[in-house]
Design a protein around this ligand. Structure first.
Ligand code: ATP
Length: 733
């Protein structure tokens, strides 16, 4: 931004040119000085400006004033003047030094006086000299107007009246008062004219001073304005300098950026050049390849010609094949007719098969019925690791003479005089003296029998449940004889040691799925309870002991047994049943005895109830599988129980002996069967009383010291095996 400054000097010059000149002021040379006045000093003449001229005039006025003042002083000293009416600043010309007359005030108030002759002439000269000198010295020293008269002049002694010189330069005579008066009047009129001029000059000067003051004020305003402009301009300059710095920084940044870009471009350029070289190499290689391809195309063209010829031949072959295809289609159509006929035959066969399946199930159950409603399997457990010490793993007192049929068991106790008559009468053949006791059951399992082999023998029985029969399998035997192992499985949870319960459940679900193809659909419901001290406890419950479980007969003929408040869990897979068994094993009461650490002091009853229906045949059925692990059957004296354990053992023995009583009553076809004498027989009423297929495992301990309990168990099992309970009936919906 350009700011043009106007030089103050120029402005002053303009202003000075505008200043009014004192118009009415005559130059000093034109003023009529009184003849008696001294000419202005040399220094005053040198002044050129109007101010100086005015100063000169003022100097003159001062001089005249001084002289008048001297006259006034002299007048006042003589008392002939009217000092009170004299105006300050008005000067009068000094009277001629030698006239002796005193000039009074001009105007109406001016009076004429005569200087007393008593005034000494000797003092006149010095007074005039002082009056003349004082204004000159002041003009020389200050050069300004309105200066007070010097004290020396004002305080000078009154001048002696001097005689004024006439206009012709001749001295008037002292007696020529009239002439002298005439001279004085001339001087006075001159002075009055000068005074008027000086007043004009003074007014002009005052006006000029006012104008100068206004100009000065304008100049001061201009100066302030210029200072403000200067300040703004300096701010703008600072702002511009700041912008300039920013621009310089931007330029530097841009320069650096451009330098980097240039470097990048150089790098890109070199890269592109390398790529170009590579592409050129590839181009030349491509050209070579194209030339090779051209030759290949030429070869292929010739080959195509051969292929075209081959294609023509192939088309001919295809037309022949199409003809042959038409013939084949006709053949396929005829074959489809054959297949349709065969599918019809297959459908008929399937229907026949279902009929045969129904027949097979009937025959199967007829066979099961012919085998007897209560069958007894005997199983001897192997010696445990700590039981093999000193025996070499041999069980000397138990023999299995019938290796083929596997139905015989021989107990031999040499030299036992304690065998009583009843024991002897239970023997089947053999030598009494040698103490051999033979037993025969539906099947005898030796210690090396596996769980799978045992289950194979009961699988047909389990199958009957799906046909609508009630099946009851329970394990009987002394504590530690292997009942739990047989029913539930080994404690190691190994697959090969799975017991009858998980295997039976698996088979039922598996067979149920297979029968779905033949139209059967099944639903299952599981429950698990234990009878401890003649009290029922829900093993699938949530551990509430305040629940009361009662056995009741339900159904149209009051033949169905149910337990109130018992948990019934719908199941559809083996895994679900497995979870239930785990829950039950946690809930199950296991009491310690001297005979076995894991001895179970309660009867456990697992029940799986199923309902089946066949949409194709319209058949329906209901079956129940009861799998029972009975409590240990050891005798009181053997177990050494006492207190609570004694009570438990008594309850167990009571229920087991009542089980024997029920079986014997059934075998004897007694009118009253004492089912309700114990919870166990009451619960198993339908499983024992003819509407069920029952299998009893009698588990035997291999330990020789348990031979007496073994014999008791075998005798009980023999009684059960001899029972004929009646014919099981299929429950059809
Ligand atoms: N067939 C077998 N093979 C291997 N070990 C067996 C067999 N039978 C039983 N055992 C083992 O013998 C021990 C006792 O078996 P288990 O607990 O089944 O007897 P229990 O008759 O159920 O006893 P309790 O009446 O006290 O329940 C267990 O350690 C079990 O693993």
């Amino acid at each position: 931004m350009d700011v043009q400054r106007q030089p103050l000097a120029d402005a002053n010059g303009v202003l000075q040119s505008r200043l009014p000149k004192p118009s009415g002021l005559k130059p000093p040379s034109q003023l009529r000085p009184p003849s008696s006045l001294k000419p202005p000093s040399v220094s005053a003449k040198r002044m050129r400006s109007p101010d100086l001229e005015m100063d000169q005039k003022c100097q003159k006025l001062d001089d005249s004033t001084s002289s008048n003042t001297s006259v006034e002083s002299a007048r006042s000293s003589t008392g002939s003047t009217k000092g009170s009416s004299a105006k300050p600043g008005i000067v009068t010309r000094k009277p001629p030094a030698k006239t002796g007359l005193v000039n009074t005030r001009v105007g109406s108030t001016a009076t004429r006086g005569i200087v007393k002759p008593s005034i000494r002439p000797a003092a006149t000269k010095p007074a005039v000299t002082a009056a003349k000198r004082a204004p000159l010295s002041r003009a020389t020293s200050t050069g300004s107007l309105n200066k007070k008269p010097a004290p020396s002049a004002t305080k000078a002694p009154a001048t002696k009246p001097t005689t004024a010189a006439p206009a012709g330069g001749k001295k008037r005579q002292p007696w020529d008062l009239k002439g002298r008066l005439q001279d004085m009047e001339n001087i006075l009129s001159d002075n009055q004219a000068n005074n008027a001029e000086l007043r004009n000059v003074l007014e002009n000067n005052n006006a000029r001073i006012a104008m100068l003051e206004s100009i000065n004020q304008q100049l001061q305003g201009t100066v302030q304005q210029k200072e403000l402009q200067t300040k703004e301009v300096s701010q703008e300059v600072e702002e511009l300098q700041r912008k300039l710095r920013l621009n310089q920084e931007e330029i530097e940044t841009s320069t650096r950026k451009l330098n980097r870009e240039i470097e990048d471009l150089k790098f890109s350029k070199s890269t592109l050049e390398r790529q170009r070289e590579t592409l050129e190499g590839e181009l030349s290689a491509g050209k070579q390849e194209i030339s090779g391809l051209k030759s290949t195309v030429a070869q292929l063209t010739s080959a195509q010609a051969g292929l075209n010829a081959e294609l023509t031949a192939t088309k001919l072959c295809l037309e022949q094949a199409v003809q042959a295809g038409k013939l084949k289609d006709e053949e396929i159509a005829s074959l489809k007719k054959v297949v349709a006929g065969q599918q019809e035959i297959i459908a008929n066969c399937n229907a026949e098969m279902r009929a045969h399946e129904t027949e097979r199930r009937k025959l199967h159950n007829t066979i099961q019925e012919l085998k007897g409603n209560i069958r007894v399997f005997c199983r001897v457990r192997p010696l445990l690791v700590d039981e093999t010490l000193g025996t070499d793993g041999v069980i000397p007192h138990i023999n299995f003479p019938d290796t083929k049929e596997q139905k015989m068991l021989e107990i031999e106790k040499v030299g036992d005089a304690a065998l009583n008559e009843s024991t002897v009468s239970a023997r089947r053949g053999g030598n009494n003296c040698q103490g051999k006791f033979d037993f025969s059951f539906d099947r005898v399992f030796a210690p090396d029998s596996t769980q799978a082999q045992v289950f194979e023998e009961i699988s047909q029985l389990v199958q009957s449940v799906l046909d609508g029969y009630n099946v009851c399998i329970f394990a009987y035997g002394q504590t530690g004889s292997g009942k739990t192992h047989t029913m539930e499985g080994g404690s190691d949870n190994a697959a090969e040691n799975r017991g009858m319960i998980p295997r039976a459940v698996a088979q039922i679900f598996q067979t149920g799925r297979e029968l779905e193809e033949k139209g059967w659909k099944y639903t299952f419901e599981a429950s698990f309870l234990e009878i401890y001290n003649e009290t029922i406890r829900d093993l699938l419950g949530n551990g509430k002991d305040d629940q009361k479980y009662d056995i009741k007969m339900t159904g149209s003929n009051s033949n169905d047994v149910m337990v109130t408040n018992l948990t019934l869990v719908p199941v559809s897979s083996e895994n679900q049943v497995h979870s239930l068994l785990e829950k039950a094993s946690h809930n199950r009461a296991v009491a310690e005895t001297k005979c076995n650490e894991r001895s179970s002091r309660s009867h456990s009853v697992f029940r799986l109830k199923l309902t089946g229906s066949n949409e194709l045949t319209g058949e329906g059925c209901q079956g129940t599988l009861n799998l029972i692990d009975l409590a240990g059957s050891e005798r009181l004296k053997e177990s050494g129980s006492e207190g609570q354990r004694l009570k438990e053992t008594q309850a167990i023995n009571k229920s087991l002996s009542n089980l024997g009583n029920v079986i014997m009553a059934l075998a004897n076809k007694e009118s009253h069967i004492p089912y309700r004498n114990s919870k166990l027989t009451y619960l198993l009423q339908n499983s024992l009383g003819g509407n069920s297929k029952t299998l009893m495992f009698v588990n035997i301990s291999p330990k020789e010291e348990n031979i007496q309990e073994t014999l008791c168990s075998l005798r009980f099992a023999t009684k059960v095996n001899q029972c004929s309970i009646g014919t099981a009936t299929k429950k059809v919906k």
